[in-house]
Design a protein around this ligand. Structure first.
Ligand code: SAH
Ligand code: SF4
Length: 338
C-alpha cells in the first residue's frame, strides 16, 4: 500500500493521529501552517522533534505530483502536466486576468462522464484524486503566482469525487491554511443530481456552477450521457433546491455549438430556463475537440444568439477562450502534447 498524502487529512484527523502517537495536539496547527501557508514540500524544514519528523515520514507522503511539462500560452495562461505517484496524468491551468489569477484544478485523472465535446471525456477515467493531490496542484501554482481564485474545472467530474473535493474546499477556506473566501472557490458539475443535494448538506465552502451546455433534453442527451440518468427537469429541480436552501446563485455554463446550441430555437429554450431563475449564464464558444460532428459557430451566429437572449433581459456573458494554443482551454485537458 502506498502511503497516504498528509495533505489529505483534515486538521482534526491530523490532531487525532498526533495524539494517538503521543504528541501534543497543537502540533497539528503547526504542521498545517507549514504545509499550507509556508508550503513546505519536505518534512526536514519543519521545526519539530526528530522523532515526530520520523513518524510523519513513515506514515505520510508529503509530495504526490511530479512535474512533467510546463507550457505557457501567448495570452499568459500556464498549463502544467503532472504525474501522480502511480504514473497517471493530471493537468492544472493558471489563468491570469488584470485583477485575478485563477487556478483550474483537476479532481480526477481523466473523466468517466463521456461528454461528446470534451477531450478529457474521451480519455475515460483513470482514478479520482486524493484531497492532497488536488491541494498540491494549488500549492505548486502558489509558488509562482498570487492565486486569488480556485475553479474545480480541470480534468474530471468533481461531484464524482465529492469527499476529496469537500476536504480540499474546507482546507482552502481554513484560516489556518489557505484562508480563501468561499466566493473564490467554484465547483463545476455536469449535473450529478444527488451529489448537488449532498454538497448542500455538507455545507461545502464553495460556489456551484453547472454545465448546462444545452437547454433541451434531446440536444443534451446527445452531448452528455449523464442527461439520460438525470434529465433537465431533475437537474433544474436540484439547482432550484440548492439556490433556495443556500441562498446562493448557481452559475450556468453554456457551450455554443454550431447548429445545435446556437440556433434561434436554442435561444428560446435557454431563455425559458434562465429567465425565471435569474441565474447568471457563462457562454463559451466550443473549443476544438476530437468530434468532427461538433463545430464552433461563426462570430455572426454567436452575436445573433447573444442578442436574442439579451433582448429578454437574460444576463449572458461570453467567456474568452484562454490558452487554446497550448490546449489549456475548457474541454482540452487530455494530456495533449503540443
Ligand atoms: N466535469 C465538470 C468540470 C470540468 S469540465 C463539468 O463538466 O462541469 C469544465 C467545463 O468545460 C465545463 O463547463 C464543460 O462544459 C466545458 N467544456 C468541455 N469541453 C469543452 C469544449 N470543447 N469547448 C468549450 N467548453 C468545454
Ligand atoms: Fe467530464 Fe466535464 Fe469533460 Fe464532461 S465536460 S467529460 S463531465 S470533464
Amino acid at each position: 500500500m502506498p502511503l497516504q498524502d498528509i495533505k489529505s487529512l483534515s486538521r482534526e484527523e491530523l490532531r487525532k493521529f498526533l495524539c494517538d502517537n503521543g504528541h501534543k495536539p497543537y502540533r497539528a496547527e503547526q504542521i498545517y501552517v507549514w504545509l499550507f501557508k509556508l508550503m513546505m514540500q519536505t518534512y526536514e524544514g519543519m521545526n519539530v522533534p526528530a522523532e515526530l519528523c520520523r513518524l510523519l515520514e513513515q506514515n505520510f507522503r508529503i509530495k504526490s505530483l511530479r512535474e512533467e511539462l510546463k507550457m505557457e500560452s501567448l495570452d499568459g495562461t500556464v498549463k502544467w502536466l503532472y504525474k501522480t505517484a502511480d504514473d497517471l496524468p493530471v493537468e492544472t491551468v493558471m489563468i491570469p486576468t488584470e485583477t485575478r489569477a485563477s487556478v483550474c484544478v483537476s479532481t480526477q485523472s481523466g473523466c468517466a462522464m463521456g461528454c461528446a465535446f470534451c477531450r478529457t471525456g474521451r480519455m475515460g477515467l483513470n482514478r479520482s484524486l486524493e484531497a492532497g493531490e488536488i491541494l498540491e496542484q494549488i500549492i505548486n501554482v502558489c509558488r509562482d503566482f498570487k492565486v486569488t481564485n480556485v475553479i474545480f474545472m480541470g480534468m474530471g467530474e468533481p461531484l464524482m469525487n465529492l469527499e476529496a473535493v469537500h476536504r480540499a474546499c474546507v482546507c482552502l477556506h481554513d484560516q489556518k491554511a489557505f484562508s480563501m473566501g468561499k466566493g473564490r472557490l467554484t465547483v463545476s458539475t455536469s449535473g450529478v443530481v444527488p451529489k448537488i443535494a449532498e454538497l448542500l448538506e455538507r455545507n461545502t465552502p464553495c460556489q456551484l456552477a453547472v454545465s448546462l451546455v444545452a437547454a433541451d433534453n434531446e440536444t443534451r442527451d446527445a452531448l452528455m450521457p449523464i442527461n439520460k440518468t438525470w434529465n433537465l427537469t431533475e437537474l433544474l429541480k436540484a439547482i432550484d433546491n440548492y439556490m433556495e436552501k443556500s441562498g446562493e446563485w448557481v452559475t450556468l455554463e453554456y457551450i455554443l455549438i454550431k447548429d445545435k446550441t446556437c440556433t434561434n430555437k436554442a435561444a428560446e429554450n435557454l431563455i425559458r430556463i434562465v429567465k425565471p431563475r435569474r441565474c447568471k449564464v457563462n457562454a463559451i464558444v466550443l473549443n476544438s475537440n476530437e468530434n468532427p460532428e461538433l463545430q464552433a459557430p461563426s462570430e455572426q451566429e454567436v452575436n445573433e444568439f447573444l442578442e436574442l437572449v439579451r433582448a429578454k433581459q437574460v444576463q449572458i456573458n461570453i467567456r474568452n477562450p484562454r490558452g487554446r494554443d497550448i490546449f489549456a482551454a475548457c474541454g482540452q485537458l487530455a494530456r495533449a502534447v503540443v
